[in-house]
Design a protein around this ligand. Structure first.
Ligand code: ATP
Ligand code: HMH
Length: 266
């Protein structure tokens, strides 16, 4: 069987984040990629200059079109923009029985542009998290979801436990925004805590790191990996992509989506 992976996310014209990052990652990992577009952004490495959301019905219809014909082994969500789109996605995921769902709770782009309305955090928490196999917040997103301040490893774990208590089966709180020697992510599935660690790369080319990581986990899940193995594959994929970053644009450049394939083992 061909592994089938769906991304429900926004378009990044710059190609480093959003559905573009997701499709490239799916392809690199040998999963057949499909998309349900939530919004179009005009964006490059310097920032976001425009956002045009799609009607919630258009998002639901895209999910229905692919789920009822091609089938979905695993799906991820990225930029969802507002609570009406979140409601439509939550309902479509439930109706089509998509069980391997990775929720990347995208809120703010690297340059500070909002990709989710402030009043939609509640809808994310109430409607989508209970359906998630995995939620992948960065530290500011974990703080917004839980209301906790996160400074230490113990704080990351406390937030992870709170997110699982909201109904998600598992969570990875990503430590990319820290400043230590290593970029450490904390995994919790209601039973065990695992820290995934990689050397921190000194670079500003980190546009789309979160999208790429969650897409790699989704592709691995579509291929039948179990959850913690899929998260480890995601970590290896993003670490290679950051280490071999492409120096494109004048701001936060994209990661290198082919590095895991071409550089692994080196
Ligand atoms: N400089 C870095 N060196 C190594 N790993 C990093 C670095 N920055 C981020 N990572 C890793 O990349 C993954 C994505 O984490 P990050 O916190 O950057 O996501 P994010 O903020 O959601 O990204 P974005 O919003 O730009 O898509 C995590 O595994 C994190 O540890
Ligand atoms: C469309 C889109 N989704 C997600 C992110 C977060 O990196 C972004 N910058 N743009």
């Amino acid at each position: 069987m061909v592994p089938r992976a769906l991304t429900i996310a926004g378009s990044d014209s710059g190609g480093g984040a959003g559905i573009q990052a997701d499709l490239k990652t799916f392809q690199e990992l040998g999963a057949f990629g499909m998309t349900a577009l939530t919004a179009v952004t005009a964006q490059n490495t310097l920032g976001v200059s425009g956002v045009w959301p799609l009607p919630p019905d258009a998002v639901a219809k895209q999910i229905e079109a692919v789920a009822t014909d091609i089938g979905v082994d695993a799906a991820k969500t990225g930029m969802l923009f507002d609570s009406a789109i979140i409601e439509a996605v939550a309902e479509a995921v439930r109706r089509h029985g998509i069980e391997k769902l990775v929720v990347d709770p995208v809120m703010i782009a690297k340059g500070g542009a909002p990709l989710l309305k402030a009043d939609a955090v509640e809808a994310l928490r109430r409607r989508l998290l209970p359906q998630a196999l995995l939620v992948t917040p960065n530290i500011p997103e974990a703080e917004a979801l839980t209301g906790l301040a996160i400074r230490t490893r113990a704080d990351m774990e406390k937030a992870a436990r709170a997110i699982v208590a909201m109904g998600a089966k598992a969570v990875v709180v990503k430590g990319g925004h820290g400043d230590g020697e290593t970029a450490d992510d904390l995994f919790y599935d209601g039973a065990r805590v695992e820290v995934l660690s990689a050397p921190r790369v000194a670079t500003r080319n980190t546009h789309g790191t979160g999208c790429t990581f969650s897409a790699a986990v989704t592709a691995a899940l579509a291929k039948g990996e179990d959850l913690l193995d899929a998260v480890r594959i995601g970590k290896a994929f993003i670490t290679a992509a950051i280490r071999e970053a492409l120096n494109l644009g004048g701001g936060h450049g994209p990661t290198n989506h082919w590095a895991y394939r071409t550089k692994s083992g080196s």
